[in-house]
Design a protein around this ligand. Structure first.
Ligand SMILES: [Zn+2]
Length: 292
């Protein structure tokens, strides 16, 4: 299969890594024309559908699916997100989370009085959210299916939280999403940041970073470019640091993560300094874009 850049269509690329943490069938390449980093060969929509139906990302990462720990981590993320997004949301808004996974964010938002639905292609995750959490989750593949008319201009707010990096045709996908949004609606995007400082600091982190589920690796510039070509206007851009200094130190010293978010209690000012600095320089782990 010939290389075809996900962003600019160029056929020229340079290999920057021979394998992924969970696949020897894929390489990491950088487009020689626009510089976008992506995996190659790019998984097809059908391959991705199969991949997510089996919940392969979770199984490959955690070896087995421990719903309690997934739920625990999701709750921490949901709490952070609601706090960050709250001043842009109204209780009367109709909201949608595209790629909602098991539905933990939807459930969390409902518990806080918001009206929110989801879209999820993974059968196993959608069924969990519908059956166990009572969420309203639709089975729509925005890349290869026509959008049902009932979705046109339906929502005030759409969330894309760590989803865009998984999408094999991001421009097409973002254009479809626009159709679902009401006039003056808001799109909130969160993606991992490829300018993450840890990629320069820890070799083991670099090896761990590239994974089969993540097709595209964005930084501020490439995310802005994609949004612009897809017809979106970014009116606010922010970096956030989700993982703490303790996690960074573990990667450097032990070559593995520490996801428990254990605070360096006595050195709280160091932690604050660390996060503030990374966010200012946009070398933090996560990017957020608010778009219209
Ligand atoms: Zn390119």
């Amino acid at each position: 299969m010939l290389f075809n850049c996900i962003m600019c269509g160029s056929s020229k690329s340079k290999i920057i890594k021979d394998n992924l943490r969970d696949s020897n069938q894929h390489k990491v390449v950088k487009c020689s024309s626009c510089g976008q980093v992506q995996i190659y060969p790019r998984p097809s929509i059908i391959e991705d559908k199969k991949y997510y139906d089996k919940d392969s990302q979770a199984i490959d990462t955690f070896k087995s699916i421990d719903m309690n720990s997934i739920k625990e981590r999701s709750t921490i993320e949901s709490r952070r997100r609601l706090a960050a997004f709250q001043n842009k949301l109204k209780r009367t808004d109709d909201m949608l989370e595209v790629g909602c996974g098991y539905g933990f964010f939807i459930k969390y938002m409902e518990m806080h009085g918001y009206s929110i639905q989801g879209i999820e292609i993974s059968d196993i995750r959608r069924e969990y959210g519908t059956t166990n959490l009572g969420c309203k989750i639709f089975n729509v593949n925005l890349i290869n299916e026509d959008l049902p008319k009932s979705f046109y201009e339906k929502y005030d707010v759409i969330f894309l939280l760590h989803v865009l990096e998984h999408i094999s045709e991001p421009e097409e996908f973002l254009k479809k999403i626009r159709k679902m949004l009401k006039k003056d609606g808001l799109l909130i995007i969160e993606v991992p940041n490829f300018d993450d400082h840890m990629l320069n600091i820890s070799e083991t982190y670099y090896d761990f970073y590239f994974q089969r589920a993540h097709i595209t690796y964005f930084n501020k510039e490439s995310l802005e470019k994609l949004l612009k070509t897809s017809g979106w206007l970014i009116y606010e851009f922010k970096g956030i640091q989700r993982y703490d200094l303790y996690n960074a130190l573990n990667w450097i010293i032990k070559g593995k993560p520490e996801l428990e978010n254990r605070k360096l209690d006595t050195l709280e000012w160091v932690e604050d300094f660390y996060r503030e600095r990374l966010v200012t320089e946009l070398s933090c782990d996560t990017l957020i874009a608010y778009c219209k």
